[in-house]
Design a protein around this ligand. Structure first.
Ligand code: ADP
Ligand code: MG
Length: 691
């Protein structure tokens, strides 16, 4: 392969522009072609001015009738064009004398913009425009117009020009198609050069919808390659991590059995199976990389604790990272109950501890005096050093992205050895998705809940029936139970939801004067939040009003009723996890999903899924089929949000073939792996060194 040409090989690209492009990760001509359009505009058709509608993005042509500078609040240039069917005002707030002259009466303009309605008809504010008499007719748009991600200092026009030049060079055979021909044939996907040509210059007859939905074969081809690159990059990472030695740990039957003997229950079969898989990994001299996936309440914590016994019995350390302080507290409480009778000290690192105390703890951890350390990820990132960390447990990993997970991996490495990693998640993502999002991990599934759980009964109600729901809370609490009322956060940056939660809490306290009502939300100081949660846990507060902070929350078996407002706006998995807070005690639990009518057919169907099943995997599968807001499987949690064309949800059908292709490439063309990863994940530093 010849070295790819630098972007400066393109006509008119000097060092300044090259620097801008470098900021986008574009160094070479082929790199440029992988800067893909965000969307497309149809400028192949000229819309008569008389047919403009508000909000329509359209290409128009007309003759300038009048251009004037006016002061209306601020200085602006107004230019009126007409085409016989109607007229249109072009409004510019930023302009120069040259522009003003170019818009002289009688000039013919071709403009593209979004029509806005004003008292005097339609207008385009700062449209793209050019004089049509200036350019050759051959330049009329024969293609749909790509719109690229906005970039500082490079206009869309310039980018399009650069792409055209790069496309002309495509035949220079610099761009190797790494996908095996057999894969392309099986998937009926176009070759790379053809796919790039189509996405950058879609022929006028390309159905705009297929491009917008990114279902055009050209886009599917690129998505396939991108998914493949992500999968391979995780596989490479795994290989790299496992090339370092770990700590082979023999499972100590003694410590483990003493822990088990002290429990008032027995492991479920699924827990035992997951534990056996973990123990088999721990015995090996290479670091374990394992994900334990299991529905809320299936008992992942205990499995993690049993895994930790192997490290402790060998005289090594284990660390548990929780996503919130509250959860770290809860884990510390459980672990103390389990481990202290066995003679192992449990250290909790908490943000509320005085800095001096934390420093002393860190020192003790470094000396190896603390075998078990629990804290939040933030606290571990502060630079905790271990004497001999043999196992890292990450709880509720769906809260963290891939990058955080990978960063952690670097953290644990010390003394040339890497700790085993056990990652726990309640996100019940279907298998094919898991294989992509967690391609670097082995997966154990706990698909069974402990016996004696009462399934949560779910009802869906219009919020006009609030009064009945309030009555239900009263009844439950007077019977000695407790309840949650969840006001979901629609937009985290918005203060409104917190106000809404406060107002809801006040209204409920007024309606239920006989009950102690508490409130927690994300904007409260951690200490206040914790105090309220504790009082709820202790049964002092009967009704807890919360934003979704309780999603990854505490175990309160006495809380048997959960009301979730605006349920129609939440992801199904999130709803499922929330209701999983219930159903932990002896008493029958229920979950009321309140919605604000009217409910769309899709929203109705989504909520019906929750009413019909308590199985997280079924919920996830149905959500995938119904293509909800993607909140759950969403790319957000898996860290694959940065993908350029692919979408785990939309392109899920391709995943099995992506995995097969990955195997084929790893087996037969290992030298293609690196260039593929580099092409798509470019900024490899994000993923740690690859290879
Ligand atoms: P999650 O998987 O959601 O993290 P937890 O580990 O918090 O679930 O477990 C939920 C509850 O179930 C805890 O109170 C735990 O003690 C209990 N539990 C765990 N395993 C069993 C079991 N085999 N039988 C009965 N209860 C169990
Ligand atoms: Mg848990």
């Amino acid at each position: 392969m010849t070295a790819a040409k630098p972007v400066t090989a393109l006509r008119g690209v000097g060092s300044a522009l090259a620097e801008r492009l470098r900021e986008l990760g574009v160094l070479t001509v082929p790199d440029l072609l992988f800067l893909l359009p965000l969307r497309y505009e149809d400028r192949t058709r000229t819309v008569p001015l008389g047919e403009l509608r508000a909000g329509l993005r359209a290409a128009v042509e007309g003759e300038v009738q009048l251009t004037e500078v006016v002061f209306r609040g601020r200085r602006q240039l107004l230019c009126r064009i007409a085409d016989g069917s109607g007229f249109l005002t072009l409004r510019f707030f930023h302009f120069n004398a040259q522009q003003q002259q170019a818009l002289a009466r009688g000039a013919r303009l071709r403009c593209f913009g979004e029509a806005g309605r004003t008292a005097g008809g339609f207008e385009f504010v700062h449209p793209e425009y050019r004089r049509v008499d200036e350019r050759a007719a051959a330049h009329a748009q024969e293609h749909l117009t790509p719109v690229y991600p906005a970039t500082e200092g490079i206009t869309q026009g310039r980018l399009r020009q650069l792409m055209s030049m790069a496309l002309e060079q495509l035949d220079a055979a610099e761009l190797t198609d790494w996908l095996p021909a057999a894969v392309l044939a099986d998937e009926r996907l176009p070759a790379l050069a053809e796919a790039l040509r189509i996405v950058h210059r879609p022929p006028a007859d390309t159905p705009l919808e297929s491009l917008v939905d990114r279902r055009h074969p050209a886009q599917r081809r690129l998505a396939f390659e991108e998914l493949l690159a992500h999968h391979l990059s995780l596989r490479l990472l795994r290989r790299r991590v496992q090339s370092d030695p770990g700590w082979p740990l023999c499972v100590s039957a003694d410590v483990k059995h003493r822990l088990l003997a002290a429990l008032p229950f027995r492991l479920t079969r699924a827990q035992a199976r997951a534990l056996a898989q973990i123990e088999a990994d721990l015995r090996l001299p290479k670091p374990m990389l394992r994900l334990v996936q299991g529905d809320v309440g299936c008992g992942k914590t205990l499995v993690a604790a049993l895994a930790a016994t192997a490290a402790l019995a060998a005289g090594r350390q284990a660390a548990l990272m929780a996503p919130t302080e509250l959860l770290a507290d809860q884990h510390a409480e459980n672990f103390r109950r389990w481990f202290e009778p066995l003679g192992f000290e449990v250290a909790l690192l908490a943000g509320r501890q005085p800095a001096k105390m934390r420093a002393a703890l860190r020192l003790a951890i470094k000396r190896g005096a603390k075998p078990l350390v629990i804290g939040t990820q933030a606290l571990f990132q502060e630079g905790v050093e271990f004497a001999s960390l043999a196992l890292v447990i990450v709880d509720e990993q769906h809260r963290f992205g891939v990058h955080q997970r990978l960063a952690l991996r670097e953290k644990g490495a010390a003394g040339g050895r890497r700790p085993h990693q056990l990652i726990m998640t309640a996100t019940p993502i279907p298998r094919t998705l898991a294989m992509t999002a967690y391609a670097d991990l082995d997966v154990s599934v706990i698909d069974e809940l402990p016996p004696g759980r009462t399934p949560v009964r779910t009802v869906v109600l219009a919020d006009s029936r609030r009064a009945e729901v309030v009555q239900r809370i009263r009844t439950a609490c007077l019977e000695g139970r407790q309840a949650y009322w969840v006001c979901p956060l629609i937009d985290e940056s918005d203060d409104m939801p917190y106000q809404a939660a406060e107002e809801t809490a006040a209204a409920l306290a007024a309606a239920l004067p006989e009950l102690a009502v508490g409130l927690v939300h994300g904007r409260m100081p951690a200490a206040a939040k914790e105090l309220t949660m504790r009082r709820f846990k202790d049964g002092e507060i009967k009704l807890l009003v919360a934003t979704t902070v309780i999603e990854v929350g505490v175990d309160v078996p006495n809380a048997t009723l959960m009301v979730i407002e605006n349920a129609e706006r939440m992801g199904l998995a999130q709803l499922h996890q929330l209701r999983g807070r219930g159903g932990r005690g002896l008493h029958a639990s229920s979950c009321v999903l309140l919605f604000r009518p009217p409910l769309s057919a899709l929203a109705r169907e989504r909520l019906a899924v929750l009413r019909a099943t308590n199985d997280g995997f079924v919920v996830a599968r149905r959500d995938l089929e119904l293509r909800g807001p993607g909140e759950l499987l969403g790319t957000r949690q898996t860290g694959l949000a940065q993908m350029r064309v692919a979408d785990l949800l939309r392109d899920a059908d391709m995943l099995p073939r992506v995995h097969v292709a990955a195997e084929e490439i790893l087996a037969h063309w290992p030298d293609r792996v690196e260039p593929l990863v580099r092409r798509w994940i470019g900024g490899a530093e994000q993923y740690g060194r690859v290879g």
